[in-house]
Design a protein around this ligand. Structure first.
Ligand code: MN
Length: 393
């Protein structure tokens, strides 16, 4: 019964988080719209908008953490275990954490690997664990402190990644409370936001990958958070080279012909937000459809230059609509950008496999959206004359 109750709780949290993201999308979307609008907001309005955005993005982070925890606890999380190159993952983490380190004025040092090293793990989830430990080490550090990331082999066949900070350190009674949700330590004294859920999720993830996670700490000197994963042989096939789509910048845009964008979306607030954004671009005509079938019909009839596709749609899903568009020679060349509230890495991978040009998550980030839109438009200019039909497996 207790297990059943726990499952029900996880289901509730998961659907709840999803429901919370939708109104938050409108709050963050329209606040960004005002922030970047013309005429620009006055300085006192700007201060208010900054507060809305700051609180909004933080709320989103919390919702994502809860969603993640619910997913891990429900046992619905499926890992894709493979031979993962640890040096590669660490390099990606180094790039990802840099802005946060700079912002907090913390020096982060990675000990380089002197030989190839593969672990049996889920790539996305290893990254999630490393980023979580790193961002904690930065957040709970002292001003001007350091973070050091080391690795060492442990018997019989594992590798340990350690993240050492120069923060306040944790007393034994505090250590015993770690890895429990909503038990963030020393909240009275700290100004940093956080729930402690990240560590709980990291622990579950490590265990799911047959590893271990732990901490050692000295009050006044700092803490070392570590995790261990099983080493494995190098995969036979060359590691999947994740090359970013190399796009040559289009030459001479002088008098660009009129572009058109089709947005397939059932949520009126989202439709309005994107319509308002596109209204700032006189070179783009805005078309919309409220469900997948209607979207496909409009795409076939009007051949827009770019399609923006919601995933959760009434009737056929955005993924199914994408597959139909990709099979039809009339629409196969049109770049389709997914815009979905499903922010789980697995969903994003599934989306990209279905053939989406790019996968953006709600709440929409105005800058990211505009950049993606421009890249898609350039691609559509290049590909328009003769459609290259590509088949995905
Ligand atoms: Mn929807």
């Amino acid at each position: 019964m207790a297990e059943k109750a726990n499952l029900a709780k996880s289901d509730f949290l998961s659907s709840m988080s999803h429901e919370l993201r939708t109104p938050l999308g409108a709050i963050l979307g329209f606040a960004q719209l005002i922030e970047s609008g013309t005429p620009p907001p006055s300085s006192s309005q700007k201060r208010s908008i900054d507060q809305i955005l700051k609180a909004g993005w933080y709320l989103l982070e919390l919702i994502n953490e809860i969603l993640d925890l619910a997913l891990v606890e429900s046992g619905k999380l499926s890992l894709s275990m493979e031979a993962v190159s640890l040096p590669e993952v660490m390099l990606e983490c180094e790039t990802m954490i840099e802005p946060q380190a700079t912002k907090h004025d913390i020096k982060v040092t990675f000990t380089p690997f002197d030989m190839p090293c593969f672990v049996h793990a889920d790539r996305t989830r290893v990254k999630q664990i490393v980023i979580n430990l790193l961002s904690n080490a930065i957040k709970y550090n002292r001003a001007g402190g350091t973070v050091r990331i080391d690795h060492s082999l442990t018997l019989p066949n594992s590798i340990r990644i350690s993240v050492r900070d120069t923060g306040a350190g944790l007393a034994p009674e505090q250590l015993s409370q770690l890895f429990q949700p909503f038990n963030r330590l020393g909240q009275q004294a700290k100004v940093e936001e956080g729930t402690g859920i990240g560590l709980v999720v990291s622990k579950r993830l490590t265990e799911l990958m047959h590893g271990e996670i732990g901490v050692e700490s000295t009050v006044g000197q700092g803490s070392v958070f570590w995790f261990e994963l099983k080493l494995t042989a190098k995969p036979l096939l060359a590691a999947h080279a994740a090359e970013p789509a190399a796009l040559t910048s289009a030459q001479g845009e002088g008098d660009a012909p009129l572009h058109s964008l089709l947005y397939v979306e059932d949520n009126p607030a989202n439709l309005m937000l994107v319509e308002d954004l596109i209204a700032r671009r006189p070179d783009i005509r805005f078309l919309s459809a409220q469900n997948g079938i209607q979207g496909i019909e409009i795409a076939q009839a009007l051949r827009p230059d770019v399609i923006l596709m919601d995933i959760n749609l009434p009737g056929i899903s955005g993924i199914e609509a994408m597959r139909i568009l990709a099979k039809d020679p009339a629409t196969a060349h049109i770049p389709v950008i997914a815009l979905s509230a499903n922010a789980i890495p697995r969903d994003i991978e599934k989306g990209l496999e279905a053939g989406f040009f790019s996968y953006l998550t709600k709440p929409l980030k105005v800058n990211e959206f505009m950049v993606t839109l421009d890249v898609a438009l350039k691609l559509s200019d290049l590909e328009a004359p003769c459609a290259t039909h590509k088949e995905e497996t």
